[in-house]
Design a protein around this ligand. Structure first.
Ligand SMILES: *[C@@H]1O[C@H](CO)[C@@H](O)[C@H](O)[C@H]1NC(C)=O
Ligand SMILES: *[C@@H]1O[C@H](CO)[C@@H](O)[C@H](O)[C@H]1NC(C)=O
Length: 121
């Protein structure tokens, strides 16, 4: 529990500092979502099926994480100085919005940072 709140704090710090819109931002924050679907199966949104429901890792804009970081364009080796800055949005909410026709019910949203809290819970 303590580890979780520490990482959430860390994420908030990065998140708040990323409102600055500077290209020096590091696009490390992503969210692991667990959800069920009213219409369709996990694979239809590129999620993995687990015994708790579907699981997927998305960037803030609700799109599947591709590669290691959540920049709009390519980032440097450390996930910073991404072309176009970081993807923006509300993680799980954005995912639900984008995939409205699949009637997504979020069970949990776990914010994570690349290489910092990137371990399985
Ligand atoms: C972070 O982890 C990714 C794999 O998830 C790896 O490709 C990348 O090099 C790591 N970045 C740093 C700074 O260690
Ligand atoms: C269920 O998903 C399919 C796409 O796979 C879509 O065509 C259909 O409209 C959806 N049904 C509802 C009720 O949204």
């Amino acid at each position: 529990m303590r580890a979780v709140s520490a990482s959430v704090l860390l994420i908030l710090v990065v998140w708040v500092s990323s409102f600055g819109e500077s290209n020096a931002d590091c696009c490390w924050t992503r969210a692991k979502l667990i959800f069920t679907m009213g219409n369709g199966s996990c694979g239809m949104v590129n999620a993995r099926s687990t015994r708790y429901g579907c699981e997927i890792t998305v960037c803030a804009d609700g799109m599947v994480l591709v590669g290691s970081y959540c920049g709009k364009g390519s980032c440097n080796l450390f996930g910073c100085f991404c072309r176009g800055g970081c993807r923006r949005g509300n993680f799980g909410e954005s995912f639900v919005e984008i995939n409205r026709r699949y009637e997504i019910n979020l069970i949990s949203t776990q914010l994570k940072m690349a290489n910092v809290t990137d371990t399985e819970a």
